[in-house]
Write a protein that binds this ligand. Sequence first.
Ligand code: ADE
Length: 253
Amino acid sequence: MTTLAIVSALLDEQKGLLDQLQQPTKRMRAGRTFWCGQWSGHDVVLVLSKVGKVAAASTTATLIEAFGAERVLFTGVAGGIGDGVKVGDVVVADAFIQHDMDSGPLFPRYEIPLYGRATLDCDAVLSAILFEAVNTGLAGVGDHFHRTNLLEAPSVHRGLIASGDQFVCDPNDVACMRADLHTAGHLPLAVEMEGAAVAQVCFDYGVPFAAVRTISDRADAQAHMDFSAFVQQVASPYALAIVSQFMKILPKQ
Ligand code: ADE
Protein backbone atom coordinates (compact mmCIF):
# COMPACT_ATOMS: atom_id res chain seq x y z
CA MET A 1 0.00 0.00 0.00
CA THR A 2 1.20 3.54 -0.72
CA THR A 3 2.16 5.87 2.10
CA LEU A 4 0.34 9.18 2.48
CA ALA A 5 2.19 12.04 4.17
CA ILE A 6 0.10 14.56 6.12
CA VAL A 7 2.08 17.74 6.70
CA SER A 8 1.08 20.58 9.04
CA ALA A 9 2.93 23.83 9.68
CA LEU A 10 2.03 24.31 13.36
CA LEU A 11 1.78 21.99 16.37
CA ASP A 12 -1.79 22.98 17.27
CA GLU A 13 -2.95 22.09 13.75
CA GLN A 14 -1.32 18.67 14.05
CA LYS A 15 -2.45 17.70 17.57
CA GLY A 16 -5.97 16.52 16.72
CA LEU A 17 -4.68 14.60 13.71
CA LEU A 18 -2.11 12.73 15.80
CA ASP A 19 -4.87 11.46 18.13
CA GLN A 20 -6.41 9.60 15.16
CA LEU A 21 -3.25 7.66 14.34
CA GLN A 22 -3.46 3.90 15.00
CA GLN A 23 -0.35 2.01 16.11
CA PRO A 24 1.75 5.19 16.10
CA THR A 25 5.49 4.90 16.00
CA LYS A 26 7.80 7.88 16.39
CA ARG A 27 10.93 8.40 14.31
CA MET A 28 13.32 11.35 14.47
CA ARG A 29 15.06 12.59 11.32
CA ALA A 30 16.46 15.91 10.10
CA GLY A 31 15.43 17.65 13.34
CA ARG A 32 11.81 16.61 12.93
CA THR A 33 9.49 14.09 14.55
CA PHE A 34 7.76 11.78 12.08
CA TRP A 35 4.73 9.82 13.30
CA CYS A 36 4.04 6.66 11.28
CA GLY A 37 0.87 4.61 11.63
CA GLN A 38 -2.50 3.79 10.10
CA TRP A 39 -5.59 5.93 9.57
CA SER A 40 -8.78 4.48 8.04
CA GLY A 41 -6.74 1.59 6.65
CA HIS A 42 -4.09 3.82 5.00
CA ASP A 43 -0.39 3.89 5.85
CA VAL A 44 0.31 7.47 6.91
CA VAL A 45 3.19 9.57 8.18
CA LEU A 46 2.47 12.83 10.01
CA VAL A 47 5.01 15.61 10.41
CA LEU A 48 5.36 19.30 11.17
CA SER A 49 6.98 21.15 8.30
CA LYS A 50 8.09 24.03 10.57
CA VAL A 51 7.64 27.46 9.01
CA GLY A 52 8.90 28.85 5.71
CA LYS A 53 9.83 27.50 2.29
CA VAL A 54 13.23 25.97 3.13
CA ALA A 55 11.85 24.13 6.17
CA ALA A 56 8.92 22.86 4.11
CA ALA A 57 11.16 21.73 1.24
CA SER A 58 13.51 19.90 3.59
CA THR A 59 10.57 18.19 5.32
CA THR A 60 9.05 17.10 2.01
CA ALA A 61 12.32 15.71 0.62
CA THR A 62 12.82 13.74 3.86
CA LEU A 63 9.24 12.42 3.67
CA ILE A 64 9.84 11.14 0.17
CA GLU A 65 13.41 9.89 0.50
CA ALA A 66 13.36 8.44 4.03
CA PHE A 67 9.69 7.61 4.62
CA GLY A 68 8.61 6.55 1.13
CA ALA A 69 5.76 9.08 0.90
CA GLU A 70 3.94 8.57 -2.41
CA ARG A 71 1.17 11.12 -1.86
CA VAL A 72 1.38 14.37 0.15
CA LEU A 73 -1.42 16.34 1.82
CA PHE A 74 -0.74 19.72 3.44
CA THR A 75 -3.13 21.29 5.98
CA GLY A 76 -2.67 24.70 7.51
CA VAL A 77 -3.78 28.31 7.75
CA ALA A 78 -3.32 31.24 5.38
CA GLY A 79 -4.06 34.92 5.00
CA GLY A 80 -6.94 35.71 2.64
CA ILE A 81 -5.91 38.10 -0.14
CA GLY A 82 -8.48 37.24 -2.84
CA ASP A 83 -11.73 39.18 -3.20
CA GLY A 84 -14.39 37.65 -0.97
CA VAL A 85 -12.01 35.29 0.82
CA LYS A 86 -12.90 35.88 4.46
CA VAL A 87 -11.64 34.70 7.84
CA GLY A 88 -13.01 31.21 8.50
CA ASP A 89 -13.24 30.31 4.79
CA VAL A 90 -11.29 27.40 3.39
CA VAL A 91 -9.14 27.32 0.25
CA VAL A 92 -8.25 24.13 -1.60
CA ALA A 93 -5.20 24.87 -3.75
CA ASP A 94 -5.24 24.28 -7.49
CA ALA A 95 -1.69 25.60 -7.88
CA PHE A 96 1.09 27.48 -6.04
CA ILE A 97 3.34 30.42 -6.87
CA GLN A 98 6.23 31.99 -4.94
CA HIS A 99 5.33 35.66 -4.47
CA ASP A 100 8.93 36.45 -3.49
CA MET A 101 10.58 34.73 -6.48
CA ASP A 102 12.30 37.35 -8.66
CA SER A 103 15.39 36.40 -10.67
CA GLY A 104 15.02 39.34 -13.03
CA PRO A 105 16.54 40.30 -15.38
CA LEU A 106 17.68 36.71 -15.98
CA PHE A 107 14.17 35.22 -15.81
CA PRO A 108 10.66 36.68 -15.94
CA ARG A 109 9.23 37.77 -12.59
CA TYR A 110 7.92 34.81 -10.52
CA GLU A 111 9.39 32.18 -12.88
CA ILE A 112 11.23 29.43 -11.01
CA PRO A 113 14.67 29.45 -12.66
CA LEU A 114 15.24 26.45 -14.92
CA TYR A 115 11.68 25.16 -14.50
CA GLY A 116 10.28 27.41 -17.24
CA ARG A 117 7.19 28.17 -15.20
CA ALA A 118 5.97 30.29 -12.28
CA THR A 119 3.14 28.11 -11.00
CA LEU A 120 3.10 24.46 -10.02
CA ASP A 121 -0.21 22.60 -10.19
CA CYS A 122 -1.55 20.41 -7.46
CA ASP A 123 -2.60 16.88 -8.38
CA ALA A 124 -6.08 17.07 -9.97
CA VAL A 125 -7.36 13.75 -8.60
CA LEU A 126 -6.10 14.23 -5.03
CA SER A 127 -7.37 17.84 -5.01
CA ALA A 128 -10.83 16.76 -6.18
CA ILE A 129 -10.99 14.23 -3.32
CA LEU A 130 -9.81 16.93 -0.92
CA PHE A 131 -12.43 19.40 -2.17
CA GLU A 132 -15.16 16.82 -1.61
CA ALA A 133 -13.75 16.07 1.86
CA VAL A 134 -13.77 19.78 2.77
CA ASN A 135 -17.41 20.20 1.75
CA THR A 136 -18.61 17.03 3.48
CA GLY A 137 -16.31 17.38 6.50
CA LEU A 138 -17.23 20.99 7.23
CA ALA A 139 -20.96 20.31 6.81
CA GLY A 140 -20.59 18.12 9.89
CA VAL A 141 -19.01 20.91 11.95
CA GLY A 142 -22.38 22.67 12.30
CA ASP A 143 -23.87 26.12 12.82
CA HIS A 144 -23.44 26.03 16.59
CA PHE A 145 -19.67 25.88 16.10
CA HIS A 146 -19.72 28.91 13.79
CA ARG A 147 -21.93 30.96 16.13
CA THR A 148 -19.69 30.10 19.11
CA ASN A 149 -16.64 31.33 17.21
CA LEU A 150 -18.44 34.39 15.76
CA LEU A 151 -17.98 33.11 12.22
CA GLU A 152 -20.23 32.81 9.22
CA ALA A 153 -20.55 29.35 7.70
CA PRO A 154 -17.37 28.91 5.65
CA SER A 155 -17.22 29.35 1.88
CA VAL A 156 -14.95 26.85 0.19
CA HIS A 157 -12.74 28.29 -2.57
CA ARG A 158 -10.45 26.67 -5.11
CA GLY A 159 -7.57 28.43 -6.79
CA LEU A 160 -4.03 29.73 -6.66
CA ILE A 161 -2.14 30.18 -3.37
CA ALA A 162 0.97 32.36 -3.08
CA SER A 163 3.83 31.35 -0.78
CA GLY A 164 6.78 33.39 0.48
CA ASP A 165 9.10 33.77 3.45
CA GLN A 166 7.08 36.57 4.99
CA PHE A 167 4.15 36.76 7.41
CA VAL A 168 2.09 39.34 5.53
CA CYS A 169 0.34 41.79 7.85
CA ASP A 170 0.14 45.09 6.00
CA PRO A 171 -2.62 46.07 3.55
CA ASN A 172 -0.09 48.06 1.50
CA ASP A 173 2.05 44.95 1.07
CA VAL A 174 -1.05 43.00 0.04
CA ALA A 175 -2.05 45.69 -2.48
CA CYS A 176 1.46 45.67 -4.05
CA MET A 177 1.63 41.87 -4.06
CA ARG A 178 -1.79 41.56 -5.67
CA ALA A 179 -1.08 44.27 -8.26
CA ASP A 180 2.29 42.75 -9.24
CA LEU A 181 0.90 39.22 -9.41
CA HIS A 182 -2.15 40.39 -11.39
CA THR A 183 0.13 42.18 -13.86
CA ALA A 184 1.89 38.85 -14.45
CA GLY A 185 -1.48 37.11 -14.91
CA HIS A 186 -1.83 35.48 -11.47
CA LEU A 187 -4.80 35.88 -9.12
CA PRO A 188 -4.01 34.32 -5.74
CA LEU A 189 -6.73 33.68 -3.18
CA ALA A 190 -4.45 33.32 -0.17
CA VAL A 191 -0.91 33.81 1.09
CA GLU A 192 1.14 31.50 3.31
CA MET A 193 4.73 30.38 3.82
CA GLU A 194 5.21 26.76 2.74
CA GLY A 195 2.94 25.39 0.01
CA ALA A 196 4.93 26.37 -3.08
CA ALA A 197 8.03 24.70 -1.64
CA VAL A 198 6.16 21.45 -0.96
CA ALA A 199 4.68 21.66 -4.47
CA GLN A 200 8.14 22.08 -6.03
CA VAL A 201 9.69 19.11 -4.24
CA CYS A 202 6.65 16.95 -5.10
CA PHE A 203 6.95 18.12 -8.72
CA ASP A 204 10.64 17.12 -8.75
CA TYR A 205 9.81 13.62 -7.52
CA GLY A 206 6.53 13.20 -9.43
CA VAL A 207 4.63 12.77 -6.16
CA PRO A 208 0.93 13.83 -6.15
CA PHE A 209 0.28 16.75 -3.81
CA ALA A 210 -2.84 18.51 -2.49
CA ALA A 211 -3.23 21.31 0.02
CA VAL A 212 -5.97 22.94 2.09
CA ARG A 213 -5.73 26.16 4.09
CA THR A 214 -8.19 27.71 6.53
CA ILE A 215 -8.19 31.50 6.31
CA SER A 216 -6.99 32.81 9.69
CA ASP A 217 -6.64 36.50 8.76
CA ARG A 218 -6.81 39.01 5.91
CA ALA A 219 -3.04 39.64 5.95
CA ASP A 220 -3.65 43.06 7.56
CA ALA A 221 -2.67 44.72 10.85
CA GLN A 222 -5.00 42.37 12.77
CA ALA A 223 -3.31 39.31 11.27
CA HIS A 224 -1.14 38.47 14.29
CA MET A 225 -3.88 39.13 16.87
CA ASP A 226 -5.65 36.03 18.12
CA PHE A 227 -3.65 33.95 15.63
CA SER A 228 -2.97 31.14 18.15
CA ALA A 229 -6.55 31.29 19.45
CA PHE A 230 -7.86 30.98 15.90
CA VAL A 231 -5.59 28.04 15.14
CA GLN A 232 -6.68 26.25 18.33
CA GLN A 233 -10.40 27.03 18.20
CA VAL A 234 -11.16 26.99 14.47
CA ALA A 235 -8.35 25.80 12.18
CA SER A 236 -7.56 22.68 14.23
CA PRO A 237 -11.17 21.40 14.40
CA TYR A 238 -11.51 22.18 10.68
CA ALA A 239 -8.32 20.27 9.87
CA LEU A 240 -9.55 17.29 11.88
CA ALA A 241 -12.97 17.28 10.19
CA ILE A 242 -11.44 17.67 6.72
CA VAL A 243 -8.64 15.12 7.06
CA SER A 244 -10.92 12.54 8.77
CA GLN A 245 -13.30 12.77 5.81
CA PHE A 246 -10.41 12.76 3.31
CA MET A 247 -9.06 9.54 4.83
CA LYS A 248 -12.49 7.90 4.56
CA ILE A 249 -12.93 8.63 0.86
CA LEU A 250 -9.31 8.35 -0.32
CA PRO A 251 -9.00 5.29 -2.59
CA LYS A 252 -6.51 2.69 -1.40
CA GLN A 253 -3.58 2.23 -3.78
N1 ADE B 1 -0.37 32.21 7.41
C1 ADE B 1 -1.50 32.63 8.00
N2 ADE B 1 -1.66 33.95 7.82
C2 ADE B 1 -0.60 34.37 7.09
C3 ADE B 1 -0.19 35.62 6.61
N3 ADE B 1 -0.91 36.72 6.84
N4 ADE B 1 0.97 35.69 5.92
C4 ADE B 1 1.71 34.57 5.71
N5 ADE B 1 1.37 33.36 6.16
C5 ADE B 1 0.23 33.25 6.84
